[in-house]
Design a binder for this molecule. Structure first.
Ligand SMILES: Cc1cc2nc3c(=O)[nH]c(=O)nc-3n(C[C@H](O)[C@H](O)[C@H](O)COP(=O)(O)OP(=O)(O)OC[C@H]3O[C@@H](n4cnc5c(N)ncnc54)[C@H](O)[C@@H]3O)c2cc1C
Ligand code: FES
Length: 254
């Protein structure tokens, strides 16, 4: 059930100068949220950021009525969301979009980069609760682009690649040594920059493994009304905010 609700800023946890976790607290019951769902957050106090910003839910605490978001400040909206006062009102529409699926997998690989790592805390927790073996593979340009690995390590093994070799293996995620040995994963989940997701999906498809990708297309309304987020698929254009953001990569015409 979608809600439009006022929350208040509870706290910030700054991971470095541009990356933070924003926790909001509300007074109403929070509807069920699944890994991959996102919220459209209205940016308060800024007249030239008219449109809400789509941000994945990082975590939820139904008892405390809190929602948290991992945010990478890249522009006006995401910067402003990092400058609010504790107690300030923030209006959000949530939970939006579909979510990652879990079936009878035994061993899965989760590959993330950039702001695309956010849905994977909830996904990792859900997979672990079903006794599914999880490996997280996180990529960045340098060690300063790698976040939340302590969180991920609660739910599975964590591997890292950096382009400059400052943390983990040197290179892109798709160069990681786990692709070279026995590759016995049943499913790959990915979210991050498009070129990364495309490369990951090619490998998964070549190995005959199901790959789900969460697209981060630019969005405006977030509820299927403006069509600005469509993506081409083999079955025509699909609306990412309502028919996605998670797609079986075999469907995508990218
Ligand atoms: C379903 C979904 C989930 C997302 N989850 C997260 C998340 O959990 N954490 C997070 O930090 N970000 C997330 N994003 C991306 C986030 O919505 C954008 O970074 C944000 O809207 C940018 O707003 P801004 O006002 O800061 O930047 P703007 O000032 O609007 O733009 C700054 C620059 O960023 C580019 N940009 C804007 N939106 C996007 C986008 N969607 N993808 C790539 N480049 C963009 C613009 O072209 C411009 O160059 C998600 C996006 C989608 C669609
Ligand atoms: S953002 Fe408006 S239709 Fe998807």
């Amino acid at each position: 059930m979608k809600k439009v609700q006022d929350f208040k800023v509870l706290e910030y946890n700054w991971l470095n100068e541009d990356n933070y976790v924003l926790t909001l607290i509300g007074e109403e019951e929070i509807p069920e949220i699944k890994a991959g769902n996102f919220a459209e957050i209205q940016v308060p106090d800024i007249s030239d950021v008219f449109l809400r910003r789509p941000i994945s839910v990082l975590d939820v605490d139904y008892e405390k009525k809190t929602l948290s978001f991992y945010i990478k400040a890249i522009g006006k909206g995401t910067r402003k969301l990092g400058q609010l006062s504790v107690g300030q009102k923030v209006n959000i529409i949530y939970p939006l979009g579909n979510h990652f699926s879990i079936h009878n997998e035994k061993k899965v690989l989760i590959i993330g980069g950039g702001s695309g790592i956010a849905p994977f805390v909830m996904l990792g927790r859900e997979l672990k609760s079903k006794n599914i073996d999880v490996t997280f593979l996180m990529g960045g340009r340098t060690k300063n682009d790698i976040f939340l690995t302590d969180e991920f390590s609660k739910y599975g093994k964590v591997e890292v690649t950096t382009e400059d070799g400052s943390r983990g293996e040197k290179g892109m995620v798709t160069h990681h040594s786990l692709f070279k040995g026995d590759f016995d994963y049943n499913k790959v989940y990915t979210c991050g920059p498009d070129p990364m997701m495309k490369a990951v999906s090619k490998i998964a498809e070549a190995k005959g493994i199901l790959c789900e990708a969460s697209l981060e297309n630019m969005m405006a309304c977030g509820i299927g009304a403006c069509l600005c987020c469509v993506t081409p698929t083999h079955d025509g254009n699909k609306i990412v905010c309502t028919e996605g953001p998670v797609f079986n990569t075999k469907e995508l015409a990218w």
